[in-house]
Every structure is written in C-alpha cells, then in structure tokens.
Design a protein around this ligand. Sequence first.
Ligand code: HEC
Length: 151
Amino acid sequence: MTRSSMLLAALLAMSGSVAAEGAFNTAEDAIKYRQHAFQLIKENFGDMHAMIKGKKAMDDAAFQRRAEHLAMLANIPFDAFKVAGSNKGDTEALASVWSDNAKFNDIAKEFQLASSTLATASASGDAGAIKKAFGATGKTCKGCHDQFKQD
Ligand code: HEC
C-alpha cells in the first residue's frame, strides 16, 4: 500500500464507523432522534411558558433566544418519522402518523410556521403579538398530540 492509499483506507474506515452510528440507520435510532428533538422542544417551550405565565421573571433576550431555537428545532423531528419500521418499538407515535400522514404533515407545518412567527414577534418585542404567537404554537403541540401521540 502507498501512503495515500493507506490514508484513504483509514478515512473510509472512519467514515464507515460514523455512518453506522448515524441517526437514521435503524428505526430505533430514528425514534430516539425524534424523541430527543422533542425533549429540546419541550425545554425551550416550557421556559417561555414559565415567563409568559409569570412563574419566572420575563427576560426579553432569553425569551427571544428560546423562540429562535424553537423555530429551528421545529424542523428537526419530522424526517425521523419517515424511517421505515419506526412506527414500532419504543415509540409513543400512534399508527395514525402513517395512516393519516398528510394531516400529520400539515400540523407539523403549522407548528413550524407558528414557531417562526413567534421568533419574529419576540424580536419585535410586541407583547401582544408574542402572546398570540405563543398561544398559536402551543395549540399545534396539543392538536398534534391529541391525534398522533399516546397520552
Ligand atoms: C405534528 C405533530 C407534533 C407536533 C406539532 C408536536 N409534537 Fe410532540 N410529539 C409528537 C409525536 C408523534 C411524538 C411521539 C414521538 C415518539 O415517541 O416516537 C411526540 C413526542 C413529544 C414528547 C415526548 C418525547 C420523548 O422523550 O419521548 C414531548 C415532550 C413533546 N412531543 C413535546 C412537544 C411540544 C412542547 C410541542 C410544541 C411546542 C410538540 N411536541 C409539537 C408529535 C408532535
């Protein structure tokens, strides 16, 4: 082996092991990936909720960061629902996610739109617009969970 072919072999071996640990190689990984994403969604949403409800002092800059992060995170879980076999196993997703997939995707889009509206509102500092956008975002969580997630 030449030096460069050895290097190439080493790189291929490395990328091989990275790929094997990637998020979407097994249904089990896909389920974990989307659940972890929803945990981050919950943390960011919950902190904003505490500020809106006055359980925690309102911090405009912190709120805005949470809202911006939520708007990004809202895009993360949904590819993982497309992985074959991820309807079974350690998941709380109901069969309706796949049997009524167009509706599921519609609510996912509403969630993404509402959370990006919330991020825009929080940057503007308009308290009324923030409250409204926050409420609209929360409605998409509940709306989806009621139909597509086990209690
Ligand atoms: C379009 C549908 C949809 C929307 C919108 C949605 N969720 Fe979910 N959520 C699900 C599904 C389906 C699961 C179950 C995932 C699984 O177990 O595979 C889930 C799981 C969760 C979980 C549990 C994660 C775990 O550790 O198992 C939390 C927490 C959560 N969602 C919070 C939220 C919050 C907060 C929002 C809104 C800010 C939200 N979700 C919006 C569909 C949605």
